[in-house]
Design a protein around this ligand. Structure first.
Ligand code: SF4
Ligand code: SF4
Length: 186
């Protein structure tokens, strides 16, 4: 089960993903939307007017989107911040929360015999949790790629501990575990 604070709670969120994110017309989105601009389907009550038929309306990307709990956190923590800064901070938080989700899930899989690796996973989780507790200004100073690389290295080591050939790969925007079975299909 996912750590509770990493689960999206849309009822407690100001629909930040429908405002802060950008997307381009593609097979996942029926139209272009710049970052910081409310989606054309976002209602005044922060509801999606086409929620019941996202896929049918060409918005499969919205149907599968996951903020890993960053939405309600940014809504709660940055309620008094200017909207532009809150939106930017949300995007940073979303990246941190995604890494936290990956690391906490990897920690569950990491063999008990790998004590040092388990400790390093816990330390990285602590680092990211501390960053995620920061204010808007401190979040906007973060270089996400710095922490992303460290997280990726730890995930690769967990994959190796689980079977040698297994490893984690990034197929934007998600991380996936590349299994030996997948290797053999290539
Ligand atoms: S940002 Fe997250 S919590 Fe907020 S509406 Fe989007 S998915 Fe839901
Ligand atoms: S289509 Fe709906 S879920 Fe997707 S961005 Fe617009 S309002 Fe949000």
């Amino acid at each position: 089960m996912r750590r509770p604070d990493l689960v999206p709670d849309c009822a407690s969120c100001a629909a930040l993903c429908c405002v802060a994110t950008s997307f381009e017309r593609s097979e996942d989105f029926a139209f272009d939307k710049p970052a910081g601009v409310p989606c054309r389907y976002l209602t005044r009550g922060n509801r999606c007017a086409i929620h019941a038929d996202l896929i049918g309306r060409g918005c499969r990307g919205c149907a599968v989107y996951d903020c890993y709990g960053a939405g309600q956190r940014a809504t709660r923590a940055f309620a008094t911040a200017p909207a532009r800064l809150r939106n930017q901070a949300f995007l940073v938080l979303r990246g941190l929360h995604e890494q936290l989700w990956l690391l906490t899930e990897a920690a569950k899989l990491c063999p008990p015999s790998c004590g040092e690796l388990r400790a390093e996973l816990a330390a990285q989780v602590e680092v990211l949790d501390t960053l995620a507790r920061g204010d808007v200004a401190s979040l906007l100073e973060i270089d996400p790629s710095h922490y992303d690389q460290r997280t990726r290295a730890l995930l690769c080591r967990v994959g190796e501990a689980l079977g040698g050939r297994a490893r984690w790969v990034r197929s934007s925007p998600e991380w996936e575990r590349e299994s030996p079975a997948n290797d053999e299909m290539k």
